[in-house]
Design a protein around this ligand. Structure first.
Ligand code: OXD
Ligand code: MN
Length: 565
């Protein structure tokens, strides 16, 4: 298949000595990101898709897309890809089958999922494989068709366990195991069956004495999940290390011990290339040295790849569109949403438990986004229900991972706004319900690495130094670290986080941990407007937690649900 892709020009072989097994793919210039405007949840009832999803009636979607699919693969090879999401032998893993006319998709699915025999064997064991049963499989139909953005649709039929995607070859639109199945369809299944599919990274933080604490973290697209998932401890944090289990999606179940257990359903990483370097993410750089498909990056003269932020630029090259490029010619060498697709097995920090059938027990859940202002570096929620409110009220500045304006703040609950396959009001209720079933729920935190000063400079060094914040989080989980109670949650005080050796003034640290009352109250008004959209479907607990925050911040007594220390 690789040879065929090279013959057709769909892939370019990179230097076999410098980048063994690596390929370069250039997409159509109109097909470089997820298209949220063209993504639909096709549930029988519009209310079940909710106010944050585009909805199309199933009959209309099958009809409209059917007409585009009709004849669209003529003269092309159709690939049939059975694949397993989740570890082999795991009771939580699920099978999908994708039909596609894209060789790029077929080669990428081989990396991102456990494709082939393991999935067939699983279907044989599970029985009929009829859709709608736990033993069924998710049916995915994909065609590039003619890549015409006017005939591009990504449609999900949660009640049929089916996905139809047409007119795009971009990963998030076309690798149907990822966003379409593992998040949109799986979130719907999780609600029905009592588990969770989340847009989260998964790591284990190892302390010098060998104790490993597992943390799952939800951050919107292109907000540093891959960097955090592969974090390398700086010299100042000797003895600590971060184990990688996943960088984008987790499926979580309530264990017999009352804890939340997580698996990574994927088998590879589909990471954003620009900004990735030996300084920001050395483990990602080590991971992509071989067997990697690069999409829309710059081709450097010796048939290696380069992107903005990797290193000093080469003297010249071919840009992501294949046009001659020199540094400073005014164009980006790599597209801002250019990507690497690489097997998880390449990652030097991959946890020995990353494919454990039952997964790992999660002690902490992080929520975070890009917030230049408002959110402090870190805070902890009062309890699970308050944590659900913290996740539901998340917001972040938009990035290049989806088509549309970059840098505008939008509310993005649990980083699931584009990925929740049903009404988000019901989704919040499901989170609350999961908490009732967990006797030992994870603690919930909010982090923000992206706070800036008045000149727009980041206040926190980020990257490896984020481990300092993770250590406070781990210590909170084990009841070892201090905090102060504030109106929004528990914050560390100056002495609670190890800041040794960091070149940060006291003023900067103060700013990082400051709650800007005015800005926060303004954000609460925006939250209120957002939550109002869910009407009756919004759980009362969310509203009560919001009102509690308003009352505490405005210094009024609030006699709502307890928020114990
Ligand atoms: C991704 C995304 O590709 O979130 O992971 O867009
Ligand atoms: Mn993602």
């Amino acid at each position: 298949m690789t040879r065929q892709a090279l013959n057709t020009g769909e892939m370019i072989e990179l230097n076999p000595d410098l980048s063994p097994g690596c390929l370069l793919h250039r997409s159509d210039v109109n097909d470089v990101a997820r298209v949220e405007d063209l993504t639909f949840i096709c549930s029988g009832k519009r209310e079940d898709a909710g106010p944050t999803n585009n909805w199309m009636a199933p009959s209309e979607a099958y009809d409209r897309l059917g007409r585009i699919f009709d004849g669209s693969m003529k003269g092309r090879t159709m690939y049939v890809i059975p694949y397993l999401m989740g570890p082999e032998g795991s009771p939580f893993s699920r099978v999908g089958v994708e039909l596609t006319d894209s060789l790029y998709v077929a080669l990428s699915m081989r990396i991102m999922t456990r494709a082939g025999r393991v999935a067939m064997d699983r279907l044989a064991v599970d029985g009929s494989g009829a859709p709608g049963t736990a033993a069924g499989f998710v049916r995915g139909l994909h065609s590039k068709a003619d890549l015409d953005p006017r005939k591009r649709f990504i449609c999900h039929f949660p009640e049929d366990q089916a996905i139809w995607s047409v007119g795009s070859g971009y990963g998030g639109n076309a690798l149907l195991g990822k966003k379409c199945f593992a998040l949109r369809i799986a979130s719907h299944l999780g609600r029905l069956e009592g588990w969770m599919a989340e847009h989260m990274l998964l790591i284990g933080v190892e302390a010098p004495d060998g104790e490993v604490t597992y943390i799952a973290g939800a951050f919107p697209s292109a907000c540093g999940k891959t960097n955090l998932a592969m974090l390398e401890a700086p010299l100042s944090q000797r003895g600590y290390r971060v184990w990688t289990l996943g960088d984008d999606i987790v499926w979580m179940h309530v264990g017999e011990d009352g804890r939340l257990w997580a698996i990574n359903p994927e088998a590879g990483f589909f990471g954003v290339a620009p900004g990735t370097s030996y300084r920001t993410n050395p483990n990602a750089m080590r991971t992509v040295q071989r067997d990697t498909i690069f999409t829309n990056v710059l081709e450097a003269p010796n048939r290696t790849v380069w992107w903005e932020g990797m290193s000093d630029p080469p003297g010249h090259g071919a840009d992501w569109r294949g046009r001659p490029w020199t540094p400073g010619n005014g164009d980006k060498g790599a597209h801002p949403n250019s990507r690497f697709t690489v097997p998880a097995a390449n990652c030097p920090t991959l946890s020995p438990h990353w494919d454990a059938p039952m997964g790992v027990p999660v002690s902490a859940i992080l929520f975070g986004g890009r917030r230049a202002k408002v959110a402090p570096l870190v805070y902890e929620s009062f309890d699970w229900a308050h944590g659900v409110y913290v996740g539901a009220s998340m917001a972040s500045e938009t990035t290049a991972a989806a088509a549309g304006q970059v840098g505008v703040v939008r509310r993005d609950p649990m980083a699931m706004l584009p990925f929740c396959g049903y009404n988000m009001g019901d989704y919040f209720a499901h989170w609350l319900e999961m908490g009732r079933r967990l006797t030992r729920p994870p603690k919930v935190f909010h982090v923000n690495w992206f706070r800036t000063d008045d000149r727009g400079q980041f206040l926190w060094p980020g990257f490896g130094d984020n481990l300092r914040v993770l250590r406070w989080i781990v210590d909170r989980c084990h009841g070892r670290a201090g905090a102060v109670e504030t109106a929004i949650g528990f914050l560390p005080t100056l002495g609670d986080i190890d800041l040794d050796g960091l070149d940060l003034s006291e003023a900067t640290i103060g700013e990082l941990l400051r709650i800007d009352r005015g800005a926060w109250l303004e954000d609460l008004r925006d939250q209120t407007a957002f939550f109002t959209r869910f009407g009756e479907r919004l759980p009362r607990a969310i509203l009560e937690r919001l009102q509690g925050t308003v009352a505490r911040l405005s210094g009024q007594a609030y006699h709502g649900p307890a928020s114990p220390a």
